[in-house]
Design a protein. Structure first.
Length: 350
């Protein structure tokens, strides 16, 4: 047992682990057998996994040798870290790989008392492409995916990088592969993102391609490259601007409307009333990124109109669900705080 004069615990990276009051929280050592995974892949380059675990559990020392991981530190901290490692290990066995985001999310779930379900919630694949499984990586994303299964119309609202469009695409491909729908329809309003591009050359298809290119790229990452052109040619997958939806009834289709914050209320109503039998709709958007030259966004209005309608669900994704670079979530939080402060100042001034 460590005394006040003994040296602090040292992690596998040489980082000092601060001792705690051992009278209240005695030192504990636990070992975990890293079986059922490829050790090099599981630990990552230069044991990156252990470095990430040390960030999340600063009072615990982690040592990996052969197939055994040793945890040492204050008993309370070691037990929490052990639960996290156990869930991450199970997640790796189920999905084949874990990311730095997985370490953060599993740690958060264990802290919130959801540890025993973390691996199950985060490992279930939606589709697999060339050996890579597309899956939800956060609790918010898992709830969003489950809502798509449970409801006919789902609105995925959140900042950039939360996976709202990507996961909707994955669910569309899954539904097509399971023959739950006959076709996939991907659409978005043709609105320039704050820049005037001028008159574009070429045919109508050439003119609208820049607006729809993100949808083409997403669907291309979900399916084999040689399959997508055939499905596009046969009409099984349709990518079109929102204006093309007018006057149609969309039966047996999985329909994804992207960048919905740039729809007008009239366009949103037009789109939603295209719903036909055997179809499902997912509407995605970020209400903080409206590129319309008018103040009213169809996504903002529909939230107030349809919030309590049965079989319609609004999934709210936040900065915790961002799966891009960690800096993106901090940027989103900073802008959100700035906007809130500006709103308070305008309120005080009025």
């Amino acid at each position: 047992m460590c005394t006040p004069t003994c040296s602090p615990e040292t992690s596998r990276s040489g980082r000092s682990v601060a001792p705690e009051d051992t009278a209240n929280d005695p030192q504990l050592q636990r070992t975990i057998l890293l079986s059922g995974v490829d050790l090099a892949s599981f630990l990552g380059h230069r044991d990156q996994l252990l470095a990430d675990l040390e960030v999340q559990h600063p009072r615990v020392a982690f040592h990996a040798r052969d197939q055994v991981l040793t945890l040492r530190g204050p008993a309370t901290s070691v037990r929490a870290a052990e639960e996290v490692v156990t869930e991450i290990l199970e997640l790796a066995r189920r999905s084949g790989a874990v990311s730095r985001r997985d370490v953060q999310e599993v740690t958060r779930m264990v802290h919130d008392g959801q540890g025993p379900t973390a691996a199950q919630m985060l490992s279930e694949p939606i589709v697999s492409v060339r050996g890579h499984a597309v899956r939800a990586q956060t609790r918010g994303q898992r709830a969003y995916v489950d809502a798509i299964d449970a409801h006919t119309i789902v609105f995925g609202i959140g900042p950039a990088g939360t996976g709202k469009t990507y996961l909707a695409m994955a669910k569309a491909v899954q539904a097509l592969q399971r023959r739950e729908v006959a076709k996939i329809i991907l659409t978005r309003p043709a609105v320039e993102a704050g820049e005037r591009l001028g008159y574009l050359p070429g045919t109508l298809e050439d003119k609208i391609d820049p607006y729809l290119r993100p949808l083409f790229d997403a669907i291309g990452s979900m399916m084999d490259a040689d399959v997508v052109p055939k499905l596009l040619a046969s009409g099984t997958i349709e990518v079109a601007p929102l204006a093309y939806m007018r006057g149609r009834t969309l039966n047996e289709s999985f329909v994804v409307l992207d960048e919905a914050q740039n729809t007008t209320p009239e366009q949103m109503k037009m789109f939603l009333t295209r719903l036909g039998y055997g179809s499902k709709m997912v509407v995605t958007g970020d209400i903080t990124q409206v590129d319309l030259p008018i103040a009213t966004s169809g996504l903002r209005v529909v939230n107030r109109i349809l919030r309590d309608v049965e079989d319609i669900h609004f999934a709210e994704l936040g900065s915790d669900d961002i799966v891009r670079h960690n800096l993106v979530s901090r940027i989103v939080d900073a802008y959100s705080a700035f906007d809130q402060a500006a709103q308070r100042q305008r309120g005080d001034a009025s």
